[in-house]
Design a protein. Sequence first.
Length: 135
Amino acid sequence: MCNKKTTSSCVVQYHQVDQMGIVHHAQYAYFLEQSRIEWLQHQGVSYAALEKDGILLPLTDISIHYKQPLRFEDRFFVHVSLESLDGFFVTFSYRIEDVAKRIVATASTRLVFVDAASRKAIKCPKFLESVFHLG
């Protein structure tokens, strides 16, 4: 499908940790979203421009497997790659690592292309297929 991968570097902020001092599990959804937006940017696609053009990409499925905790001020990396493009849906896979390259979490997300006006699912727009495919 596509071997385009990106890596985002992040630092845990104080508001992202819970009472136990570790990153709250809900924060990982934000980490994945930001890395997905950066993946698109690296492919020359602005998510804001997609929305302006009437294309939405809501999340339909998310799976996160936690391996190690992150704490306040920890630096970590989110590696994201396109897993599949299947008509109406696009799936991304993620690997989150700490600075020692230990796996913190693995994840996947599935999103559906939606027409903003009708709020109905649409097939992947042709101009995006070239972004998602290798050739």
